[in-house]
Design a binder for this molecule. Sequence first.
Ligand code: SF4
Length: 387
Amino acid sequence: MRGQGERTFAELVQVMQSSNREFGGIRGIAYKNQQHVIVNEKRAFEDINHFPSMPYHLVDVERILINRSKMSGVGRVLDYASSQGCPNACRFCAEPLVMKRRWSGLSAERVVDEWAFLTRKYDLSVINLVDNNFLVNRQRVETICLEIIRRQLSIAWQNVNSSVNVLAAYDREMWQLLAKSGCRSMLVGAESGEQEILDLLNKRCAVDDILKIANLSQQFGIKTSFSFMTGLPPIAGMDGIKREFKATMRIIHQILRTNKRYDIKLFLYTPYPGSSLYFESLNYGLHVAQSLSEWSKFELVNITTPWISNHFKQQVDQARVFAIPYFQREYLPGIGVKWSVFTFLRRLLSGLAGLRLKYAFFAFPLEYYWLRRRWKRMGLISEQGKR
Ligand code: SF4
């Protein structure tokens, strides 16, 4: 199925149930007939308000809620999509390829009606948004917030996915409204601390916008996740990759100085087939997968882009599993160690991690090797070093 799938899927199911199994008339699918690949006509993108509500009653919601609560310990959380698509055209992203930069959101009234209904019916602690870019239509968001407040609904909502350019345009009043209406957390695709890279990716935002968001979310008590990627194609040479990595480490340090509880995600760049940066990557020797099983090895953490050295990967790993979490003073394996020693070690490691991030200095990682040995002894990572 290509693009928006709702109607396409319904038609496909109907045809599969019928006796003739004639797929030629279904817009928006591609399929294999004998040895031939057949790509049908496109299906036009449709306003999602035309679709019925998600039929939660068809599945065992209670079981989903209990399992999820056991796994994450965050109470009764249900996923909800209030919009589809994204109007941006970030050069690394698959979304512009799938929805062709179109965006459609459910009306504010319908969103609030459905949230109120679901929260009441399933006794939810929080609604978890799975939209690609929830905040695109400011007026819609404003009406959703005002409507929750006007109806005095006790609804919590989280994981508001937003692009930096959209969120940075929100003023203090909007942030206040978000917080007051129950918005608990956001997910922001920050990508890089280097302006040159943000421009290359077509993020249409400035590095300062990322810091502005970090400050505002701190002021209004909305927990935010910032997602970064590093190891982009060496368009500005190998020095460009090092510069970009350093700038990204610095901005992560700045964000965590604002609030150490912010969640930071750091990935190695993965070229998505069909994106404009993927074609650029081919110029730098990216191997094109030749079979389905090869495609299955495509993943976010350990992708092998040929311009990334093992040394670079190790630095990224060090930043991800040591510098960032330890700067946040998170869990330190120190069972059996006296409390005072434990405290001293934790502070020492946290301080070292902070310095490494601030100066993007990852040479002589003695503390990291020491920790890895401990982790291995404690069975927290395998012999191959995987956590
Ligand atoms: S804003 Fe997010 S979803 Fe939209 S194109 Fe950029 S990365 Fe993709």
